[in-house]
Design a binder for this molecule. Sequence first.
Ligand SMILES: *Cc1c(COP(=O)(O)O)cnc(C)c1O
Length: 428
Amino acid sequence: MTGSEKLFQRAKTCIPGGVNSPVRAFASVGMTPRFIKKAIGDRIWDVEGNEYIDYIGSWGPMLLGHSNPIVLEAVERAAREGLSFGAATEREVQMAELICDMVSSVEMIRMVNSGTEAVMSAIRAARGYTGKDKIIKFSGCYHGHSDAMLVKAGSGVMTQGIPGSAGVPAGCTKDTLTAVYNDLDSVRLLFESNRDEIAAVIVEPVGANMGVVLPTDGFLEGLRRICDENEALLIFDEVITGFRLAPDGAQGYYGIQPDLTTFGKIIGAGMPVGAYGGKREIMSMVAPSGPVYQAGTLSGNPVAMAAGLAQLSYLKNDTDFYDKLNRKCDKFFKSLKAIFEKADIPFCLNHVGSLGCVFFTDKDVYNDAEAHTCDTAKYASYFKKMLERGIYLAPSQFEAMFISQAHTEEDLQTTLRAVEHTLTEMNA
Ligand SMILES: *Cc1c(COP(=O)(O)O)cnc(C)c1O
């Protein structure tokens, strides 16, 4: 047994499924997970000492690469001043000012500890503000694991092929309506049959938890219009896309202003952080300034704020960061596409900026049903062969590939060569 296999044996006896989050299990690709020891730049090492080029990046946070010195230094400095006070700090004010400054739709923001909490709280604020109960989400979008959002969810829920979750009372999901991604008619129908009852529509402006699914022309604009016509709020879940596609996230990239936005992942730079924010009038509903209760012992934690501030400040100050990153990734995905075309394996490559995904299907993928046409066994085989070649991809067809600033031209080329060899082997 390898070191990872031994650890997994031990883990399975004391942690459900041996992992602390289902997406980390390699079950859907029929393997045992690698246990990771350290990560620097675009590389990670497992406990056996194998080195990989990493395309998970902790599922998004590591936009500047692993162990970025700027972030590490900020964390070390903050930690020496104390780990948590349960009291207000200057860094929280700086963080709120910075995000409000970078994202124009956000006038006030509240820090929480995860993306799940951010979404759960944003929905509570939307319901409190509108006085309505129903929420529309999209099938295949993942918004964390709070009860009301575990309906036709993406990510690990989709990978395991379970429709929702056991343990969620019907009462908790009866106000969650699901529409089809990129299908405005499905949204209009729900508004018609639930007149004056819908508090908000929540959407991943780029679907990044059913593989990567881009919004078609007019989809996000259409949602904005339908919400306005019905006095419902539009919530962008930018836990993945926030600060990844542009300094003002997918909303800046596509030019649509939501009423509320949820953040996570990148804003913590690897520390557990989430946040929700938006219009002053809505956010003023949150306690202690308003009647919508939401709290957190470790919210705005000084070490987590230091990490996030360091990363976001860097992103703000490096004015051609996104141009450079997105250009590098565009070039990579174009080459990747050419290699798949040559290999004569049915595929659909969706990508935007530093997010991408190869679906093993001959269909175009615009929603979760189309994503489900994929040959997941083929993906598993691709994943395994790539891992053997030192390329660490997501252990599921229904997750994104995350590229960071730290991915060097040389490592991207190495990756493309590994894809070429892998596809030749798969065709043999
Ligand atoms: C990861 C994710 C979440 C949940 O965030 P956690 O920090 O894992 O709770 C919510 N929404 C989206 C779009 C995500 O990708």
